[in-house]
Design a protein. Structure first.
Length: 71
């Protein structure tokens, strides 16, 4: 459940920041360039790392003895 909540947090932050970016574009105050591209890469990299290592964490969590014995 914690993994799914984490994905939900990523989705909410993306939705929130995308709305802010759309507001800047509507006002006409926006520039995309090196910093924007770098932050996009950081955002996507963070999401990919979370999905990969979070998935491994969930798989290992359900392989623990307490889940195998049904306690």
């Amino acid at each position: 459940m914690a993994y799914v909540v984490g994905i939900g947090v990523f989705g909410f932050v993306y939705w929130l920041l995308n709305g802010v970016l759309d507001s800047f574009i509507d006002v006409g105050y926006h520039q995309t360039g090196d910093v924007f591209n770098f932050l996009s890469y950081v955002w996507i990299g963070t999401l990919v790392v979370y999905l990969i290592f979070g998935g491994i964490w969930v798989a290992r969590k359900y392989n623990e003895l307490q889940y195998q014995r049904g306690w």
